[in-house]
Design a protein around this ligand. Structure first.
Ligand SMILES: [Zn+2]
Length: 87
C-alpha cells in the first residue's frame, strides 16, 4: 500500500491522515485518522484503504474486518487537545 499523505492535527500536533469517509450510504466528508493502528480488542473502529490514484478512504471496521485488517482510531476520539491525555 502506498503511504498516504500525513498532516498534523491543528489542535495537538499529532500526525494524522485525512481520509474520505466511505459509509453504507456512500462517500462523505473527510475524517481525521490516527496514523498508528490500534489493534486492541476494542480499539480502532476504522479501516483504511487507498485507491490507485492515492485517495485514502476510511470505513467502519465492523465485524467483517476485525482480526484481518489494521484498525485505526478516529483522531477526534484520541486528540490530546480534547482528552487531555499526553501522547
Ligand atoms: Zn489532535
Amino acid at each position: 500500500m502506498k503511504e498516504p499523505d500525513r498532516t498534523k492535527c491543528s489542535s495537538c500536533g499529532a500526525p494524522i491522515y485525512w481520509a474520505r469517509w466511505r459509509g453504507p450510504k456512500g462517500q462523505g466528508g473527510f475524517v481525521p485518522v490516527d496514523t498508528e493502528p490500534d489493534m486492541r480488542p476494542l480499539g480502532g473502529n476504522l479501516v483504511l484503504s487507498i485507491n490507485p490514484d492515492g485517495k485514502l478512504f476510511a470505513e467502519n471496521a465492523g465485524i467483517q474486518h476485525r482480526g484481518t485488517r489494521k484498525r485505526y482510531n478516529h483522531h477526534g476520539d484520541t486528540c490530546a487537545a480534547k482528552t487531555g491525555r499526553a501522547r
